[in-house]
Design a protein around this ligand. Structure first.
Ligand code: C2E
Ligand code: CA
Ligand code: CA
Length: 272
């Protein structure tokens, strides 16, 4: 077996070998990083158009490592999903978010924090429902201050669906809101919109990115906004980088925008 493995690796290009090695180190160091508080959460503002106020910040996890440099969530999360640490990372981010929401409340700032979730976190022995309720109880954070983003990039298994919907409904009844993230990029938009108790949809940045450069994107985005609103959802657009994109999206009727034009993800202390 060892021979087979090494011959397989030696036939890979140097780059992918390096990639595998990096992946291996990330995997190996992740638990220690989590234990030593080396993971950080950044917060990106979301502007509500009707009130012209930032009412929500999205929590985004980051990891700076001396040896590995910065490890972005796109790299970190898939590995955490595989090694099972996604549950602990998810709990860490929710706890940070709940603590921040409480601090902001004490500061008379009515702000909710939106947390990305992985479908994995709804399965296994430590379910999202218990985990989240536990953290809210512990931090005394009101459920309305936390929103959960569910990505539609990855479909979940049919046998998981009932349990996920059940957990979402219980959480929704306490006041937690759900957002369908990456709207338009997955295979399940319509199905999720029909079956999951979501109240907001977030149009993915790939569409915003080509809004002013690809002729058909404008119609597509306009359709997505109209469709989302006709279903009664609050529609958010992410990845807004320019005034032109902002103005057009506003004219098209989005409810909220997020992106470098409004503000980049920032450290906790900069939120105040
Ligand atoms: P996402 O939820 O779609 O988050 C938006 C990503 O776009 C973030 O990347 C953000 O930094 C970036 N971004 C924000 N504004 C702009 C902009 O104007 N232009 C461009 N080009 N990009 C912008 P980030 O932080 O690298 O996160 C990547 C993905 O990783 C997120 O995508 C989310 O799906 C996932 N993720 C992040 N934090 C967590 C987490 O705590 N748990 C889980 N399960 N997933 C997470
Ligand atoms: Ca998100
Ligand atoms: Ca996205």
């Amino acid at each position: 077996h060892a021979d087979q493995g090494s011959s397989k690796i030696s036939s890979l290009s140097a780059d992918s070998h390096k990639g595998l090695n990096r992946r291996f180190i990330i995997d190996k160091k992740m638990l220690t990083a989590l234990d030593h508080n080396n993971l950080q959460v950044f917060y990106q503002p979301q502007l509500d158009i009707a009130t012209d106020k930032v009412q929500v910040y999205e929590a985004l996890v980051r990891w700076e490592d001396e040896e590995l440099g910065s490890i972005n969530p796109d790299e970190l999360i898939p590995i955490a999903e595989e090694n099972g640490l996604i549950h602990a990372i998810g709990a860490f981010v929710i706890e940070e978010a709940a603590n921040l929401a409480m601090e902001l409340m004490k500061n008379d700032q009515d702000i909710s924090i939106s947390v990305n979730t992985s479908v994995r976190e709804f399965g296994g022995s430590s379910q999202m429902k218990e985990k989240l309720m536990g953290i809210l109880k512990e931090t005394k954070c009101p459920p309305e201050k936390i929103q959960l983003e569910i990505t539609e990039k990855f479909a979940f298994q049919a046998e998981q669906e009932q349990s996920i919907i059940h957990q979402m409904k219980v959480l929704k009844d306490t006041g937690i809101q759900f957002i369908l993230d990456d709207f338009g990029t997955g295979y399940a938009s319509f199905r999720y919109m029909q079956h999951l108790p979501i109240s907001k949809v977030k149009i993915d940045k790939v569409f915003v990115n080509s809004l002013l450069t690809m002729s058909k994107t404008k119609q597509l985005v306009e359709g997505m906004i109209l469709f989302g609103k006709s279903m009664g959802f609050y529609v958010i657009a992410e990845g807004v980088e320019t005034k032109e994109q902002f103005d057009l999206l506003k004219e098209m009727g989005v409810d909220a925008v997020q992106g470098y034009y409004i503000g980049a993800p920032m450290k906790r202390d900069e939120v105040f």
